[in-house]
Design a binder for this molecule. Structure first.
Ligand code: ZN
Length: 427
């Protein structure tokens, strides 16, 4: 009964937040529900028939969750998903509240939840997933999360406590993730890339984890796709990339990082029993979600957002827009709680060829830090705008009809810019 009251109250709160234009109500209903009943998520899930899929990792959670939702939806399944990217426990609880009937029932076949990497141990105490997808671990928000091996350690402890029904789907190309597959004592399926022509030469400056998880020696990389993702082995202890169950599929989005997201979603759908042809057919109609390569039309002018929230995601977004022939670039750097209060990570970004852009505008709370960073790349032809609206307006004036304005924002900067462009809030 208490959960029914929390659901009614939550729906009312969400309605009021939306009505008074105070946001989308994606977190407050869940926040209140969990304060009153800390076991709300556990109780709601355990009395439903939903099969639960949890997706985590530093980069790619939202895209992978949306792809998997799209594949299942296209194949006739009903899916509940925290699609607004509210990936803490209050976001999960809010999703359950908004999806539940007034009698407190959750109707659907699958519950797909992307969950913040730091929250995984707590989330797994509330939910014993049928499928757990582990994407990658990069350095991100060191002030909040710590180094990647400490997160991997906490994940390992939490995963071991899950029941045997959980099947873990892992990125074999990330050594920390692959090692978790060996130590977690669960059923596993690995995905990864096998591409001879699409890799980097030498080590990337922002590579995060080139050392062997079991013994600490430097790994030998036979192929490195980006950062520390690739095909590797250790001369000392024999640890090596596990055998891949899947290494190719249809890719609907550009960028090496999106190949991994697509492989993860495809791999999970295969484990759920869908056939390759049904998955490929469904994924062909997938379109990018908010801020992740999302294209927005502003009075006939084309703007594309590439979320760039840590060194690896910035490097990969930047590489991708260069390949797309970008001439105009807008970078927006914020330092709020959901970005990283410490913005020193921008010194790990590789800004090769930055001087070749015709116009670069900078905005965001820490635009002057970014200007200083780019000065060290001999890039002084910048325009700085304390107000992001001015940055976008000016950049659009400089844009020719056939060109695209590429915007690289951090997470909260993306929310701000998206609100300016679409007049809609996500969170
Ligand atoms: Zn080793």
């Amino acid at each position: 009964m208490i959960n029914c009251i929390l659901i009614w109250t939550g729906k009312l709160i969400s309605f009021m937040i939306s009505s008074f234009n105070l946001g989308t109500g994606a977190t407050w209903p869940g926040h209140i529900a969990l304060r009153i009943n800390p076991l709300f998520i556990k109780q709601m899930i355990s009395k439903s028939k939903l099969k639960i899929i949890i997706i985590t990792g530093t980069n790619g959670k939202t895209t992978t969750a949306s792809m998997l939702t799209h594949i299942l939806y296209q194949n006739g399944y009903k899916v509940i998903q925290n699609s607004s990217g509210a990936n803490l426990l209050n976001g999960i609880a809010s999703t359950l509240i908004m999806s539940a009937s007034i009698f407190g029932n959750l109707k659907g076949d699958y519950g797909i939840f992307e969950i913040d990497e730091n929250v995984i141990p707590k989330a797994l105490m509330q939910m014993n997933p049928d499928f757990l997808i582990l994407l990658n671990l990069f350095r991100d928000q060191l002030d909040r999360y710590g180094e990647i091996w400490s997160i991997a350690d906490r994940w390992n402890t939490a995963i071991k406590k899950l029941s045997d029904k959980t099947r873990v789907i892992l990125n074999a190309d990330d050594p920390q993730i692959a090692y978790l597959g060996i130590t977690c004592q669960k059923q596993t399926a690995y995905f990864g890339l096998n591409e001879k022509h699409n890799h980097i030469e030498g080590e990337q400056y922002a590579a995060d984890s080139l050392y062997c998880p079991p013994c600490g020696q430097k790994l030998d990389y036979h192929i490195q796709y980006f950062s520390h993702l690739g095909d590797y082995s250790c001369k000392v202890c024999g640890f090596k990339r596990p055998l891949l169950k899947i290494d190719q599929c249809f890719y609907p989005l550009v960028g090496a990082y999106n190949k991994y997201n697509t492989l993860a979603a495809t791999s999970a759908a295969l484990e759920m029993g869908l056939t390759e042809s049904l998955i490929d057919k469904a994924i062909q109609s997938f379109t990018p979600v908010f801020g992740r390569q999302e294209v927005i039309d502003i009075s006939g002018k084309r703007v594309q957002l590439f979320l760039a929230k840590n060194p690896t995601s910035f490097n990969e977004s930047y590489e991708t827009i260069k390949k797309l022939g970008a001439n105009l670039l807008c970078i927006s750097l914020n330092d709020r709680v959901h970005d990283a209060i410490d913005v020193s990570w921008i010194w790990d970004v590789d800004f090769e060829q930055i001087t070749q852009f015709r116009h670069i505008s900078l905005t965001g709370d820490r635009l002057y830090d970014m200007a200083l960073r780019l000065k060290y790349e001999d890039c002084t032809d910048l325009t700085m705008y304390p107000n992001p609206r001015d940055a976008i307006d000016e950049a659009l004036l400089n844009l020719n009809d056939e060109e695209t304005l590429f915007i690289l924002p951090t997470y909260t900067a993306m929310l701000d810019i998206r609100e300016i462009l679409t007049k809609k809030r996500i969170l």
